[in-house]
Structure formats: structure tokens, C-alpha cells
Design a protein around this ligand. Structure first.
Ligand SMILES: Nc1ncnc2c1ncn2[C@@H]1O[C@H](COP(=O)(O)OP(=O)(O)OP(=O)(O)O)[C@@H](O)[C@H]1O
Length: 447
């Protein structure tokens, strides 16, 4: 007999000794109480089963006495929970079923095939740290970048890596859109218990593209609760988004502040060498068995480098063109690449004309402000931030424009005010990754 059974038998025999006090007789005790069995202890809840519903009705009124005795025997603070054998089996089956959910991880997206460069090193390092020790140091981890730069890849890599190290942990990858749909469906099917149970038992919850949840109020509410439960149970949450937490328009402040409470990292557009390394990796994965010259890689890395998806697409196009062109080629060289991209590649076009007004407009749009607010004397902090960035970008992007001219363009301000603003931006750029990303995003829209 194990400890658990011994404690229970002791409880029953002490209970039996007090039958008179409880107004019970031996025949009732022998018929109903001796079949009680401890099935499960989760935390402080001890589940006891009984064979039938009518036996349950007889025993239930005496449960608090049994609980008192059990806590004296075990010197614990347990709550006894009584249910029929049948109910226990059903709820167990439900939980077993829920434990076999699909993790939705893509096994092809791993750290092994994620190319590291300056543009993504911090995000990759943070992701790996989290995958090695989920929930320990950086929860939530918030990864943001423009589209196609590897956020989904890293999310999957975290899940795949962690599962490989410990196959017993519960990992779930989902997009915020799927989360919202699943929530709506669970509400409609009266299956919110299952929904909550599933999400709350995760050791690692990976949520892609959180920006879609911004305006979904009730889904945000339930997500907020799940988020808090997981974080307070030291579980790992990783979230991705196309912008940093504070720029998630429409997202509740309490969620934004929770998102910022862990570690926030960003991914930039791959620089030339990283773009080439990614191309080489993709060539290796595709098992390309003919040489592609360095010049071709340079060409693609220079002209199709907005994001990694574009790099991948260009390579696929090149390989496809080789397949269908009908030429017998031993090597893919630059001439062939120029032919393959003849309709999508044109000589670099002239830069868009940059004027003070279109820089102001672009910054104002980015921050959801008007140009009049940028020019105004308002001291509201969000307007000041946008105004300073606009001044800085004017100074940086328009050749030979003086501080005096800029001051004039921004509502007749003094040149020293403009100088101070530009200096402040420069200082903040060096320290604040999110700020740097915002300025890069605006620049990208302008140039
Ligand atoms: N550093 C990298 N090394 C190898 N492949 C990469 C890298 N970064 C991105 N990729 C590949 O680029 C493609 C796009 O990446 P991914 O889907 O992860 O981007 P994303 O940032 O999540 O985009 P979106 O915001 O549009 O969802 C994927 O095929 C991914 O495997």
C-alpha cells in the first residue's frame, strides 16, 4: 500500500470511529464509504471517486468531515473533490484529448537554417536563450520587424528547439488571427472551458502577428487573462508584431505595457553580406547542383533585398527560369540572371524628390498626426517626438539645408532649437532600438 492509500485508509478508519457523532450506522458506512478511492491530487485538490450518483448523494454531506480528518492525517490543507467514476473518466479523457493538441509548428523552420547577421543577431540570440530556458529570463519576448524578415521563422525555431530538448513540454504556435477565430468559435460552441484550459497549460505560447488583435476587445480581454496566468506561472510567451509595442495602435494600454515588460528586440533588413549568406543557405537547402556565380548573388542581394521573402522569391524565379529556358547551361552567370529578371529589374530609378513638406507629411502620417500639429507650438510629448524626428530627417535627407532654414520651415523656430532637436534624436537613436526602427521605417517610406 502506498502513502496515498495509507493516508486514505487511516482517514476512513478515523471517520468510522466517529460514526455515532455523524449520525451514521455501520451498514451505511460499509455500503458507501468503503468504495471511496483517491484518484488524483493536483495542487491542493484531491479528487475522490465513488461508483454511482446515488452513492455520491449519500456521501457528499460528510465530505467536510472527511476533509478535516484527511488534513489532520496528512498535516496538509487539501480540498476533497468528490465525483462519480464515470465523470472522472470523462473529464480525464477530455484533458487527455486537450493534451494532444496540434502545436502548429513548422518543422522546417529551425535555428539551424536561420542565417545570422548584424540585422537579426540580437533577435536570434534572444530567441535561442528563450528556447534553452523557457520562462526563466525573458518572458514575454517581443520580436518586431517589417514583413518577411524572419519573425515567424524565429517563433517556430524556438518551439522546435525547446520541444527537441524536452518533448514533454507544451508548446503552441498560433497567429493572433487564429486565436481570435478560435475564441469566437469556442464561445459559439460553449467550449470556453476547453479554450481556457488549453491555453493556460502551455509552457511556451508563441503568438505571431499580434497587431491583428489590436481592435478585438473581447479577445484582447481573454488574452490578457491568459497572458497574466502564464507569466505568473513563469511560463514563456513570445510575441511578434510588425511594430514595437508602443506603436500598436488600438491595443489596450494594459496589454502594451505587459508586452513591454519582458524583452523587446527588432530585426532589420539584411545587410548585403547577410543577404548573400541567406541566398547561399537557400541554395544549399534547394540542393542546387550547378554553380551560381558570385556576381549573380551580388546582383540579387543588391536589387531584391527589401526583405528575405523577396530574396527567396528571386532565387526561386532564377532557378525556375533555368528549368524552363530550354538552354543547356553549366553555370548561372550574370548575363543569364539579367535575362531572367529582365521584366522586373530596371536600372535604379531616381530617388523620389524629397521636400520638407513630404518629410513632414510622412512623419505625421506615421504617428497619426497632422502636419499642422507638427508645425504647431504644442508641447504634447507625442507631437514633440514626431516634430524632432521630422527636423532630423529634413536635415539628414535634404542636401545643404541649414538649421536656420529648417527652423523657418517648422513654424519660425530658432536655429538653436532645431540643432538641439537633431542632437536629441541622434542621441536617442544610439540608445533606443525601437526608436531607431521607427526612423528607419519612415525613411524607407520616403526614399
Ligand atoms: N535569417 C534568415 N535565414 C534564413 N531564412 C530566413 C531568415 N529570415 C527570414 N527567412 C525566411 O524568409 C521567409 C520569410 O520569413 P518570415 O515568414 O519568418 O517573416 P516574417 O517577419 O514573419 O514576415 P510577416 O511579418 O510577413 O509574417 C521565410 O521563408 C523564412 O524562412
Amino acid at each position: 500500500m502506498n502513502n496515498l492509500d495509507m493516508n486514505w485508509q487511516k482517514t476512513l478508519s478515523l471517520f468510522q470511529g466517529k460514526l455515532d457523532d455523524y449520525g451514521l450506522d455501520k451498514i451505511t458506512f460499509d455500503s458507501f464509504f468503503t468504495t471511496l478511492e483517491i484518484k488524483d491530487i493536483v495542487g491542493s485538490v484531491v479528487t475522490i471517486t465513488i461508483d454511482t450518483k446515488w452513492s455520491l448523494d449519500v456521501v457528499e454531506p460528510y465530505l467536510t468531515h472527511l476533509q478535516e480528518i484527511y488534513n489532520t492525517v496528512t498535516n496538509g490543507h487539501y480540498q476533497l473533490h468528490l465525483m462519480t467514476e464515470e465523470d472522472f473518466k470523462q473529464s480525464h479523457a477530455k484533458q487527455e484529448h486537450l493534451l494532444h493538441f496540434d502545436d502548429h509548428l513548422n518543422p522546417d523552420l529551425t535555428f539551424d537554417n536561420f542565417v545570422i547577421g548584424n540585422s537579426n543577431r540580437i533577435a536570434q540570440n534572444a530567441s535561442l536563450a528563450v528556447a534553452m530556458k523557457p520562462g526563466i529570463s525573458y518572458s514575454p519576448l517581443f520580436i518586431h520587424s517589417n514583413s518577411g524578415l524572419g519573425k515567424t521563422h524565429l517563433l517556430n525555431a524556438i518551439g522546435n528547439y525547446a520541444k527537441k530538448r524536452d518533448p514533454s513540454i507544451n508548446v503552441l504556435f498560433t497567429t493572433s488571427e487564429n486565436f481570435v477565430n478560435e475564441y469566437i468559435q469556442s464561445l459559439a460552441n460553449h467550449a470556453m472551458d476547453e479554450f481556457n484550459y488549453k491555453y493556460r497549460q502551455m509552457d511556451i505560447l508563441l503568438i505571431d502577428d499580434i497587431q491583428f488583435m489590436a481592435t478585438k476587445e473581447s479577445s484582447s480581454e481573454i488574452f490578457f487573462n491568459i497572458f497574466n496566468t502564464l507569466i505568473s506561472n513563469k511560463k514563456q510567451i513570445v510575441i511578434t508584431s510588425d511594430k514595437p509595442p508602443r506603436d500598436l495602435k488600438g491595443m489596450e494600454n494594459r496589454l502594451v505595457s505587459r508586452f513591454s515588460s519582458g524583452l523587446t528586440v527588432s530585426i532589420d533588413t539584411p545587410e548585403f553580406e547577410t543577404a548573400k549568406a541567406i541566398l547561399r543557405k537557400k541554395i544549399e537547402i534547394e540542393n542546387v547542383d550547378y554553380p551560381i556565380t558570385e556576381e549573380v548573388l551580388d546582383f540579387i542581394a543588391t536589387h531584391f533585398n527589401t526583405d528575405v521573402r523577396e530574396l527567396e522569391g528571386s532565387l526561386k524565379r532564377l532557378l525556375f527560369y533555368k528549368l524552363i529556358c530550354g538552354k543547356k547551361l553549366d553555370v548561372i552567370d550574370l548575363n543569364f540572371a539579367l535575362e531572367a529578371f529582365s521584366d522586373s529589374y530596371s536600372q535604379p530609378t531616381q530617388k523620389k524628390e524629397l521636400t520638407v513638406s513630404n518629410i513632414k507629411k510622412c512623419v505625421a502620417d506615421y504617428y497619426n498626426l497632422t502636419v499642422a500639429q507638427i508645425n504647431s507650438k504644442s508641447r504634447t510629448s507625442s507631437i514633440i517626438v514626431a516634430r524632432h524626428i521630422a527636423m532630423y530627417l529634413v536635415r539628414e535627407l535634404i542636401e545643404d539645408i541649414s538649421f536656420i532654414q529648417i527652423g523657418h520651415e517648422f513654424g519660425g523656430r530658432d536655429h538653436s532649437t532645431v540643432m538641439k532637436a537633431c542632437h536629441k534624436v541622434q542621441q536617442k537613436l544610439e540608445k533606443d532600438m525601437n526608436y531607431r526602427q521607427a526612423i528607419q521605417d519612415i525613411k524607407k517610406k520616403l526614399v
